[in-house]
Design a protein around this ligand. Sequence first.
Ligand SMILES: Nc1nc2c(ncn2[C@@H]2O[C@H](COP(=O)(O)OP(=O)(O)OP(=O)(O)O)[C@@H](O)[C@H]2O)c(=O)[nH]1
Ligand SMILES: [Mg+2]
Length: 327
Amino acid sequence: MTTHAKNDSNIWAERVLAGDRRALARVISLLENQEPEGFHTLKTLYPKTGQAHIIGLTGPPGGGKSSLVDRMIQEIRSRGHEVAVVAVDPTSPFTGGAILGDRIRMQRWASDTGVYIRSMGTRGSLGGLARAVYATVQLLDAASFPYILVETVGVGQSEVDIVQVADTVVVVSVPGLGDDVQVSKAGIMEIGDVFAVNKADLPGSQRVVVELQSMLDLGSHDVWQPPVVTTVATTGKGVSELITAIQEHLVVLQEANLLTKQRLAREKEALLQRLTERIRCDITKQWSNKQGNQAWENLAAKKTDPYTLEEQLYLSWKGVTTVDNQD
Ligand SMILES: Nc1nc2c(ncn2[C@@H]2O[C@H](COP(=O)(O)OP(=O)(O)OP(=O)(O)O)[C@@H](O)[C@H]2O)c(=O)[nH]1
Ligand SMILES: [Mg+2]
C-alpha cells in the first residue's frame, strides 16, 4: 500500500470519528466493494470499537422486521440515544435502500441526525456480503452509535449469520405461518436471546407464544432465560418491553463476564472465515492453471485419488515442494 492510501484512510477515520455522515456512507461503500482503503480505515478505527450494543433481528419474510426496527428506532430515540440500522437483503443486488416499503418507512428519520440507516444487498458472493456487514457494524460501532440494529431475513441458507454479528439476537415470529415454518425450525431456538411474537393483533399469536415458551422450557439456559415478548409493530405496542428485554440481556451478559468472551469468540470466528475464504481463493486459482486441469483430468480418469490430490494441494499451498510426481 502506498503512503498516500494510508493517509487517506486516516483522513476517513478522522472524519468518521468526527460524526461526518457522508464520510461514513463513503467508507461503507468502500467496504461493500471490498476496497482495501475501507479495511485500512477500519484498522485505524478498531481500537474505538466495542462500545455499541449490537442487536440482530431475524425472522420470516414479511414478519414485520422492518416495521419493528422502525418502532425500535422510535423507542431508542425517545430514550435519548442515537441508533444505526443495517438492513441486509441477501436477495437484492442493490444497495443503498433496497425495498421501497422500507424506504418510505425509514424516510421519516431522514432529518434526524441521531439515526443512520443503511441497506446492503449482495454484490457478488454471499461471503462478500457477510464480510461487508460485519465490517460495517464495526465501523458504526467506532462511529459511536450506542445501538446498532441489524435486520436479516432468517430463512434458507442465504442468511447472513446474525449470531456472528450481534450481541443480542431477536427472533421474530408471527401467527399464521404454521409451526413447522418457524417455531420448530432447528437452530432458531438456539440463536434467539429474545423472542418477539409480532403481529400480536392477529389471531393465533397467543398460540405462538405458548409454543415458543414450551420449546424454551425444554432447553437449558445457564445465565439467561430468553423471554417471549408480544409486539404490534404497526402501532408500537410492546416495543418498549422489547427494548427493555434486549437491554437486560446485555446487562446479564456483562454481569456474567460473558460479553467480552463472546465478542472475542465472534471476532476469532470471523477472522477464521476470512482466512479460509482467502485460502480457498488461492487453491481455486491453482486449480485453474494447466497443472490443475491435468490433476482434475487425472481424477476423472481415476489415475489419481482425491486424497492424494488433497495432500498435494495442501502441501503446495503451504509452499512445500512435493516429490509426488517422481515415482
Ligand atoms: N397486522 C399487523 N401487520 C404488521 C405488523 N407488523 C408489520 N405488519 C405488516 O406486515 C407487512 C410486512 O412488514 P415488514 O416490516 O416489511 O416485514 P419484514 O419482515 O421487514 O419483511 P421483509 O424484509 O420483506 O422480509 C407490512 O405490510 C406491515 O405493515 C403487525 O404487528 N400487525
Ligand atoms: Mg424488511
